[in-house]
Design a protein around this ligand. Sequence first.
Ligand code: SAM
Ligand code: SF4
Length: 330
Amino acid sequence: MESTERNITDQFGRVHDYLRISLTERCNLRCFYCMPEEGIQLRPRSEFMTNEEVVAMAKIFVSLGVKKIRLTGGEPLVRNDAKEIIKELSQLPVEIAITTNGILVDKFIDNFISSGLKSVNVSLDSLQREKLNKITRRDYFDTILSNIHLLIKNNFHVKLNAVIIRDVNDNEIIDFIEFTKDNNVHFRFIEFMPFDGNKWDWSKGLSYKEILDMVKLNYRNNFSRIEDKKNDTSKNFRVNGYKGTFAIISSVTNPFCDRCNRIRLTSDGKIKNCLFSDSETDLLSVMRRGEDIVPIIQETVWHKKLMRGGMNTLVDLGKQKNRSMVAIGG
Ligand code: SAM
Ligand code: SF4
């Protein structure tokens, strides 16, 4: 391993400066593509990172060159001490962002503002009440929509995430884009990915090409590609004259692994060097024994595979063993 002491680089030269921390495996929704129908087995609190441990882990990653931390889950805002964690992390020299289902945003907005958190991603898989309830297996349509508008009103950088699934919400792609006409949001269409318990089958997914063909059919030449930013996972577009933008995230048909700078830390303190990787490395037990976790982080990332955790084909993807998304941290 040739990584220098104060950074996190893999064997292919990719520098990892973006950490996604899952705060919990619990969630107040039950999205069918993420959470198995039967839910997930609850485990004792002692198996998960305390707020002090989350902050201690974050500090170590920051000392290794991490410049951005995204909090995710499960639903990160169901954690009782989420406000304290956000406040503490905001003292570090990093950009803090969060991915949430939006339900508790109104309870947190003051905390976000006072912590300087500017970027909020919210899942929104349908603009239709009945359909959203069916997808999430809960009834929070009004709360989610009103909280999205609250974020917009308060000038947050808002990204909306929709996992596009055939015969579920593929007929709303144009409605999602129309939502960007008067709302300054970035609507992202995500290809359906396989995780344990989500009954993945690629015939249910819509590819980048299929989504883009629908957009072309509707908007013809009236939309354009926006230049990618460094480490962008999405291909970004804007309909001419619209306030917001939209994007396609093609993790299945056109992965962006060559520019990957991400590391994932699960809520039980395991590091995953790729969302699709079937292996994980325990940091929390090592930290609790008072030992140095830095060499373990560097070693784990060094061995990251070139593409999708080694899942090179759709067949590999369908067969992989992984946690449920809710237990990884999307
Ligand atoms: N609860 C928060 C939320 O829903 O935004 C954060 C956690 S959630 C696991 C993070 C992201 O993962 C969401 O945008 C969700 O749509 C995405 N996701 C979950 N399962 C997925 C799947 N099977 N394929 C693609 N994206 C998925
Ligand atoms: Fe919960 Fe987010 Fe998964 Fe939906 S996508 S079940 S909101 S963690």
